[in-house]
Design a binder for this molecule. Sequence first.
Ligand code: NDP
Length: 447
Amino acid sequence: MAKYDYDYFVIGAGSGGVRSSRIASGHGAKVGIAEEHRVGGTCVIRGCVPKKLLVIGSHFAEDLEDAARFGWNIEGKSFDWNCLRDNLLADVDRLEEAYKNTLSSHDVALHEARATLEDAHTLNVGGRTITADKILIATGSRPGQLDCPGGDLAITSNDVFHLDRLPERVVIAGGGYIATEFAGIFNELGVDVTVVQRSDRILRGYDHSVVERLMHISTIKGIQFKYNSPFAKVERQDDDNLLITTENGEELEADLLLAAIGRPANVDGLGLEALGIEQKRNGAIKVDEGSRTNIDNIFAVGDVTDRVQLTPVAIREGHALADTLFGGKPWTVDHGCVPSAVFSHPPIASVGLTEGEARNTLGGVDVYTSDFRAMKNVLADRNERALYKLVVDSATGRLVGAHMIGPDAPEIMQGLAIAVKAGLTKQQIDETVAIHPTMAEEIVLMR
Ligand code: NDP
């Protein structure tokens, strides 16, 4: 008789947990997974996927406006929030089913219940005791809450996909990915948007000139930004009115407040402390490069470890772990050179070192930029310029970073990220023939 109920038990059926469980099962392990909410996790249920559908849906506002310059007469256009919301929620349902099917077709036993740790090999799963040889914690992260008085009056990105109606005025707390992306979505949909950031810049970590370009374009589009403005309190005035006071004494009224101030690790009540599982100061689980905690048979991947909080990274971490533990193919994830995107209007995409980082870490740096108006924007008479930047190590000629803002930047960046990851040189980029006429051809034409 087997010593444990499972060879591998995964807590959390999000991107990292689902990938790890099905790969482990494919390697012959007996695998169970527990999920207390919905299978698919943040990315599928209340993150990347529904957000991207809102980004696409809201961008039609610009496209329909521009269409007139291309000869289209679109009379009587109107927008129906409930239609977009219901369609995207239906797509989320479809994807959840697909994820469940993936688990069952890979013989992973799904427990739709909350799991907590009792000891290094024992879990409480919805009141039932389950034992496992190896345990993976893949519980992700949750939206941070404003900690000022009245902070609980703010909604989070979890709630935004379920709104009964669009607000007229939204205040967004924060200046990261979620704040920037939802500022763009709401603005495109005609909502009055104010982004209130506690510090002096948004999108920390992204290339300065690219972020400045986004600020410039967003301001022209009507998004308002307030900096160095930590929240002091939030008060409800009536059903449709919140009064937000910043520590500078400034008062803002809004009918919706969205808190987008980072995502702490989802660890509350898991039982980490009793087992002595080491955590970082922000609560995230400490792991080594093989995703192992300080307890030999307990592992963690994804947002709960706060290495790089991105779905594709969680997926790779989960995959690497399953291959290592059960497939006889040990490998680890390279957390450097991870490409990323902000789905603003227009979007930003980035990989590798920013110009600032390169100047601080390399001897000499060559920077190439292309500042241009996309063909469509020229004919549409839309005063919106794209900016591409390549950062090159002058000693080796290698491309060490690429940063861009402009239409389809994330789609273009995925290909360029291969060049940066592979360590191609600027000369090799230059030797590549352009595809004309495209925006992406700028990459091979920068001199
Ligand atoms: P981010 O970490 O991107 O940004 C958090 C923002 O909130 C920062 O501007 C920060 O300011 C501010 N902030 C932090 N704490 C407080 C506080 N207590 N009060 C007020 N402001 C505060 O967080 P998000 O919530 O936007 O996103 C969470 C994570 O989800 C991201 O790190 C990202 O990895 C992932 N994500 C990725 C997306 C993508 O790939 N396109 C989309 C959405 C999310 P300061 O700069 O001063 O610290």
